[in-house]
Design a protein around this ligand. Structure first.
Ligand SMILES: O=c1ccn([C@H]2C[C@H](O)[C@@H](COP(=O)(O)OP(=O)(O)OP(=O)(O)O)O2)c(=O)[nH]1
Ligand SMILES: [Mg+2]
Length: 153
């Protein structure tokens, strides 16, 4: 069974999970906007929520819009804090080199992923404990033969 949590909401249109088991509930644009190639725009969703303490909501791109039209979210994932009561907005970016993309009011432009989150208690020490990875990062394990299809200009 999927765990659920009550999230208080005011909305022009409720975010909706397209299928049982989906992690993201689709958010709808509250307004129309046309994004020129390379342009970004902050688009309202008409949704405001009150998350319980200990939860966060992430505003993440929809893969279909990204794959088909190059539409992404500048600050993905956008972080909605539990204490935020304002309208959830989506900072869209049209990454396509040539095609404008028009959003109509009501279009599903992003999805909201609600998750429990831990607050860190930062415990300052002189020296960190060792680990197998150590300080290796940024490709330190190599890249191998990656999947190279689906290259877009
Ligand atoms: O995609 C997003 C990201 C954030 N927010 C809202 C909810 C969040 O709680 C608030 C602040 O976001 P964040 O902390 O990421 O931005 P900031 O630039 O650090 O602003 P602040 O100084 O208000 O914390 O803006 C959105 O509506 N959409
Ligand atoms: Mg902040």
């Amino acid at each position: 069974m999927t765990e659920s949590v009550d999230v208080l909401i005011t909305a022009d249109r409720l975010p909706a999970y397209a299928h049982p088991g989906d992690a993201g509930a689709d958010l709808h644009a509250a307004e129309a906007v046309e994004l020129q190639p390379g342009q970004r725009a902050t688009v309202g969703t008409g949704v405001a929520i009150a998350l319980p303490d200990g939860y966060v909501a992430f505003v993440v791109p929809r893969s279909g819009l990204a794959f088909k039209h190059g539409l992404t979210i500048v600050n993905a994932p956008g972080t909605v804090d539990a204490g935020y009561r304002g309208e959830i907005k989506v900072a869209l970016l049209n990454t396509d080199a040539t095609e404008p993309y028009r959003i109509e009011a009501g279009d599903r432009i992003a999805q909201l992923v609600v998750m429990p989150v831990s607050r860190a208690r930062f415990v300052e020490v002189e020296r960190l404990p060792g680990s197998q990875r150590g300080e290796g990062g940024f490709g330190s394990t190599g890249f191998g033969e990656g999947h190279k299809s689906g290259v877009h200009a």
